[in-house]
Design a protein around this ligand. Structure first.
Ligand code: ATP
Length: 281
């Protein structure tokens, strides 16, 4: 079952177009959503949530149209943006009451367990909390109505490695139920290398690839050498190219390169750089 199906969706701003994008997120998977600043990640997430109106295309969540079934679907979604959008004067305890009134499925004991696990104090006002504590609270708020799908817009931005690890742990716990899914936008590709099953890459409003992470990391390789040595690399295998002082560096599709030739495994950052700056096709 697909938790998210985005089909040929466009959105037009004055100076930016989300252009005919398509991708899917299967239930049971974590989808990493990457792209440069301004590439369209937040816009995509807002369009999925119908906070911004698309101009064309279809979006299905758990097989249902995201607008026709909006109320029912939103009850199954937890959302975290990079800022916590709640009244700064509230305490966690007051938010607990507020959310309990909004969500029929609000699980108060679970919310309190999450806060305890993450060391978030119940009676502190939001405005006195550090960024990391606010993010842990935001995730707890997103999880405590027991959603099946999490849409997270840079949930680990600006967090120290310890808090980041706690947040990633929470996400992995959430995935223990097999019908759960996460779409997770991040600039921190190390986080995505750790926990994502698929990587969707958006560039200037268009999806450049949306694939299984291991297929990407093992399907591509990096070759580096002099221009003379580069003759052993078939042209049709080359996806991206970068010049460096003593020669050339290629991102290649492994299947088209003689297996005796040694290739390095790329990182997600390498893939982004080659796809954006050194694209050959
Ligand atoms: N409400 C809006 N009105 C007009 N333009 C907008 C609006 N919201 C976003 N944009 C523009 O759309 C483009 C995509 O922005 P978006 O926030 O989706 O990028 P992003 O990939 O999430 O970037 P970042 O990684 O910096 O958060 C940017 O050029 C932005 O200026």
């Amino acid at each position: 079952m697909n938790a998210i199906e985005v089909k040929n969706v466009s959105k037009q701003f004055k100076n930016f177009r989300l252009n005919n994008i398509s991708f899917t997120v299967e239930s049971g998977t974590i989808a990493g959503f990457i792209g440069q600043n301004g590439a369209g990640k937040s816009t995509t997430i807002k369009v999925i949530l119908n906070l911004l109106k698309k101009i064309e295309g279809d979006i299905l969540l758990f097989g249902k149209d995201h607008i026709a079934h909006e109320v029912e679907l939103k009850a199954q979604i937890g959302v975290v943006f990079d800022e916590l959008h709640v009244p700064e004067n509230f305490t966690t305890k007051e938010l607990d009451v507020l959310y309990g009134n909004v969500y029929p499925t609000w699980d108060r004991p679970y919310f309190n367990d999450l806060l305890e696990q993450l060391d978030v104090q119940k009676y502190d006002k939001i405005k006195t909390m550090s960024k990391g504590t606010k993010m842990k609270l935001a995730l707890s708020l997103a999880l405590a109505h027991r959603p099946k799908l999490l849409l997270l817009d840079e949930p680990t931005a600006g967090l120290d490695p310890i808090v980041r690890d706690e947040v990633l742990g929470m996400l992995q716990n959430f995935m223990e139920q097999e019908d759960h899914a996460i779409l997770f936008s991040s600039h921190n590709t190390t986080d995505l290398e750790k926990i994502a099953d698929t990587i969707t890459f958006i560039h200037e409003g268009e999806i450049l690839f949306s694939e299984n992470k291991d297929d990407l990391l093992y399907g591509y390789g990096i070759w580096k050498g002099s221009l003379e040595e580069a003759k052993v690399i078939p042209n049709h295998s080359i996806v991206g190219k970068r010049d460096y002082l003593f020669g050339v560096e290629y991102l290649v599709m492994r299947e088209f390169v003689n297996p005796v030739i040694e290739l390095q495994k790329p990182t997600i950052d390498d893939l982004m750089l080659f796809f954006v700056k050194g694209r050959q096709r």
